[in-house]
Ligand binder design. Structure first.
Ligand code: 4NP
Length: 153
């Protein structure tokens, strides 16, 4: 089993989008029994909430299930429980590096992207660009799944 945790600041815009998109890809490949997926926020302000309306809207347009997504805050135990802690931007990365046990690798989603020319998934909570963010998230999720499959051989 490979355990994947997506992380952003609030866990209502980007990381639940990545969780839903990645689960969709994993299910399409018949790999649900081999890869577990969750998401969390650096902050707990939105704990228990459904994704932002903009994230729900784009996921609905793309035909991707999102009904069960609920926000939660990351916990120190997550670093041991998840093989891949995958965040969205530089700010998330610095916050996670301060929390992570030494030696634990933390990734940014666009480390795995093949098309995007950026390293950070911008925050649509502030920019409103949910459709553009979806494209980045999809690119990163495709690359991450290929990476995991290649590692498993
Ligand atoms: P996210 O966006 O990190 O992509 O979920 C945000 C959501 C909420 C807040 C900040 C960013 N907030 O400050 O409440």
């Amino acid at each position: 089993m490979t355990h994947v945790l997506f992380v952003c600041l609030g866990n209502i815009c980007r990381s639940p989008m990545a969780e839903a998109v990645f689960r969709h890809l994993v299910e399409a490949k018949g790999l649900s029994g081999q890869i577990s997926i969750d998401s969390a926020g650096i902050g707990g302000w939105h704990a228990g909430e459904r994704p932002h309306a903009g994230t729900q809207k784009i996921l609905k347009e793309k035909g991707i299930a999102h009904d069960t997504l609920r926000a939660r805050q990351i916990s120190p135990d997550d670093f041991a429980a998840y093989d891949y802690v995958v965040c969205m931007d530089e700010e998330n990365l610095s916050a996670l590096m301060r929390m992570a046990p030494s030696g634990k690798k933390v990734y940014r989603l666009l480390d795995f992207a093949t098309a995007a020319n950026e390293q950070n998934v911008e925050d649509p909570y502030y920019t409103g660009r949910f459709s553009y963010v979806y494209d980045l998230v999809e690119d990163g999720c495709n690359g991450l799944l290929e990476h995991i499959q290649a590692k498993k051989g």
